[in-house]
Design a protein around this ligand. Structure first.
Ligand code: S3P
Length: 429
């Protein structure tokens, strides 16, 4: 268990950061490259622990995946190139690896066992195993396939029209990937639109995907062709520096090459609604994904209400938004966010318990939290609870704390942002 002394009482943060590759897009690039025919080259791949779990699982299924200095090269041979692994696949801490890979495994005629860490064992897998079973996949596991360890035997599938009770890109993607091996057309309808990287990237691999409002459909029998993918910077990683720039005094931070997919930019909407100065420059489209540079400055903030359709567009940013709200004048209400309870930790509880240790005024609710600002944060010993985003949020909180702050289980940050502290240090003057 690692403990780290954090930077505290920072007088200003200035400069530029080029945040690492997007986690969601990096996972998909490796998975789709592994089931495509031919070579796929992935530039600016995120070498975080989660994405490395995806690489190692597909290597165990016989796919040649080579990591070079600045890209990853995958030699796919279609779905039929995957071979039955001789050992259990370890998904580590990664929900995306588990759920998307189950969708792929549902369509291949062999047996696989999956296991992950302590946090994965608590995350609901029934949301994908139930629809995949109804397509014909044979899945078993703890509590009848609700939790890991899981085992799956795939094969010929039938298509379904699935009404998902949750807005989840992992659920949507898993079913669509299974749909590639199903007879007929498979569709998924969500209550709110979730991130659409799967739909966009399948297009880049030559697959036709039909999108109509909150319903996505895919015809079975289509194959993927290897391609070249440029992964944009992860807006969920940039979010920590967007908030740092807004709350640390005398700061101005530029974040280069950040993915600006509209299903992910809720954090920019929230910062602006709270009165923060955020500029977008150099907007362009790369591989069907919008990208740009973001410039943020220290701002006088006000509390707001966050809920509804906005939630899936910022679900991973709620821990850092909670910190932002402690520095806004007035009340911030976060609602409709019960999904936070089934992330790497129960993020309603871990955000509130850790920020309270620093002096924040937070009340938890059934579907979110109420935060009263503006509060001066003081130093304390805090804990990531093994959750990367809680760890990084606390590291930014420490920057404005008035005394020494120690972070327990700081190494959790390597899951999505191994160079986080180097990038933070580069902004100190
Ligand atoms: C992800 C989808 C989201 C998100 C997760 C990554 C993805 O999860 O929280 O970090 O890559 O599809 P849900 O699909 O469970 O909302």
């Amino acid at each position: 268990m690692s403990q780290k002394e954090l930077y505290t009482r920072i007088s200003s943060l200035n400069g530029e950061v080029c945040v690492p590759g997007d986690k969601s897009i990096s996972h998909r690039a490796v998975m789709f490259g592994s089931i495509a025919q031919g070579k796929t080259k992935v530039h600016h791949f995120l070498p975080g622990e989660d994405c490395l779990s995806t690489i190692s699982c597909f290597k165990q299924m016989g796919v040649s995946i080579k990591r070079q200095d600045d890209y990853v090269e995958i030699e796919g041979n279609g779905f039929s190139g995957l071979i039955e692994p001789t050992e259990v696949l370890d998904v580590g801490n990664s929900g995306t690896t588990t759920r998307l890979m189950l969708g792929i495994l549902a369509g291949v005629p062999f047996h696989t066992s999956l296991i992950g860490d302590e946090s994965i064992a608590k995350r609901p897998m029934g949301r994908v195993t139930v629809p995949l079973q109804s397509m014909g996949a044979k899945i078993d596991g703890r509590e009848s396939g609700q939790f890991t360890p899981l085992s799956i035997r795939g094969g010929a599938l039938r298509s379904i029209r699935y009404e998902s009770p949750v807005a989840s890109a992992q659920v949507k993607s898993s079913i669509l990937l299974a749909g590639l091996n199903a007879e007929g057309t498979t569709s998924v309808t969500e209550p709110h639109k979730s991130r659409d990287h799967t739909e966009r990237m399948l297009g880049a691999f030559g697959v036709q995907v039909h999108v109509e409002d909150k319903t996505v459909s895919i015809a079975g029998g289509q194959s993927l062709k290897g391609t070249e993918i440029y992964v944009p910077g992860d807006i969920s990683s940039a979010a920590f520096f967007l908030v740092a720039g807004a709350i640390v005094p005398d700061s101005c931070i530029t974040l280069r090459n950040v993915g600006l997919n509209p299903t992910r930019t809720g954090i920019i909407d929230v910062l602006r609604q709270m009165n923060a100065t955020v500029e977008i420059k150099n907007e362009r489209v790369v591989n069907g994904e919008p990208v740009g540079d973001l410039i943020v400055q220290t701002s006088d903030l006000k509390g707001i209400e966050i809920g509804g359709d906005l939630i899936p567009r910022l679900i991973d940013e709620i821990p850092i938004i909670a910190l932002l709200a402690t520095q806004a004048n007035g009340k911030t209400v976060i609602k409709d966010a019960e999904e936070l309870k089934v992330k790497e930790t129960n993020r309603i509880d871990t955000v509130a318990s850790e920020l309270k240790k620093l002096g924040a005024n937070i009340i938890t609710t059934d579907d979110g939290m109420i935060i009263e600002g503006k509060v001066t944060l003081t130093g304390a010993t805090v804990d990531s609870h093994g959750d990367h985003r809680i760890g990084m949020m606390l590291a930014i909180a420490a920057c404005i704390a008035t005394s020494r702050t120690l972070l327990e289980r700081a190494d959790a940050i390597n899951v999505s942002y191994p160079t986080f502290f180097t990038d933070l240090e580069s902004l100190l003057n």
